[in-house]
Design a protein around this ligand. Structure first.
Ligand code: 2P0
Length: 334
């Protein structure tokens, strides 16, 4: 099954339609996985080996503005800078857009504004592709369901299928070869005093994309075979934690899940580590604070930055310990 086959399955007779509107504007939040997506069963369709569970970051994400233009190529602007068409980011986006049009177009001016560091393990591709499919749905007048949009977003980047909602979202791995059963679904749990602290150690682009790192881990890590069972257990624990508002269970499960994902990478060959010395120092500081009674946990993705998990009751203490922290309250605006 190819990406273009999935696009045909979803768009049916709307496939390769002409634009209905000249513009499309959309926002999608970024998301942080508490139970990670790590490893694909289909590398082209971004079909995961396991399900995963994330929390959206409210106003942190990407806004896109699509405008049909009379050109033979797209014009992409990212945070005020016109992108070189040969850049990896532009190529990836254009390749994705080509799934939805013929050689003759339409082509777009695409203005992307992101308020998170790009490619620093803060899930910029997730909100990027999610906002792009939302905008395309407007421009082409597809009227797709949010489930169908989630499947299309996944074709751009796996984690993007979780970025179409605020709050907690589960991505069911699904079993079908065409991935029509692999999409995000919102979980109906509100947790107003849940806080996330972003600790950015480096805004530099990562040295190894998650795409390559996942592939290497699946193919060359002896520990990867233990990962699916770990995810199964952790998903049950996380859903229990959400329904019972058990923050300790949520924190422990999320941190343990992240550490286990990184363990599969460390055991790959060549080994993969996304940590900087500061990353490890801060982990140790968190463990010390926790041993002294502060209910503070972290998660880490394919980059050196840490995302701290805590409740509002401990906000002042967390701020006092980490001077450069940026606080996100995922449910504050819902
Ligand atoms: C996640 N990550 O669940 C995991 C944890 C990084 C670590 O999803 O190849 O950019 O585009 O499907 O979605 C980042 O991987 O990878 C990611 P592709 P993606 O958030």
């Amino acid at each position: 099954v190819k990406k273009s086959d999935v696009v045909k399955l979803i768009l049916k007779n709307k496939y390769l339609g002409t634009p209905l509107k000249q513009t499309g504007v959309a926002f999608a939040p970024t998301n942080i996985a508490l139970c990670k997506y790590w490893g694909k069963r289909d590398n082209d369709l971004n079909l995961p080996v396991t399900s995963s569970l994330s929390i959206a970051l409210g106003k942190k994400g990407a806004k896109v503005n699509f405008q049909v233009i009379n050109e033979t190529h797209d014009l992409i602007t990212l945070n005020g800078e016109v992108l070189d068409v040969a850049s990896a980011f532009a190529q990836r986006l254009v390749t994705f857009l080509n799934l939805f049009r013929l050689k003759q177009g339409p082509y777009f001016s695409i203005i992307i504004e992101s308020n998170i560091p790009i490619a620093a393990g803060l899930a910029s591709s997730a909100c990027g592709f999610a906002s792009v499919v939302l905008a395309l749905n407007q421009v082409f007048g597809w009227n797709l369901t949010v489930t169908e949009l989630s499947i299309l977003a996944r074709l751009g980047s796996g984690s993007a299928c979780r970025s179409l909602w605020q709050g907690f979202v589960e991505w069911n791995a699904g079993q079908r070869a065409d991935g029509m059963d692999s999409y995000g679904q919102p979980l109906n749990f509100n947790w107003p005093d849940f806080c996330i602290g972003l600790l950015v150690m480096s805004e530099k682009e990562k040295h190894l994309s998650s795409r390559e790192a996942m592939l290497r881990t699946v193919n060359h890590s002896a520990l990867y075979s233990a990962w699916p069972a770990k995810v199964t257990t952790d998903l049950v624990k996380l859903k229990t934690a959400l329904s019972e508002k058990d923050f300790t269970l949520l924190g422990e499960t999320s941190e343990s899940n992240a550490m286990s994902m990184h363990a599969t990478m460390l055991s790959a060959w060549p080994p993969i580590s996304y940590a900087l010395p500061e990353t490890v120092m801060i982990m140790q500081k968190i463990w010390k604070l926790r041993s002294e009674g502060l209910p503070l946990y972290f998660t880490q993705d394919a980059g050196p930055n840490l995302k701290l998990l805590f409740l509002e009751a401990h906000l002042l203490q967390v701020k006092a310990e980490f001077s450069h922290i940026e606080i996100v309250k995922p449910f504050a605006h819902i």
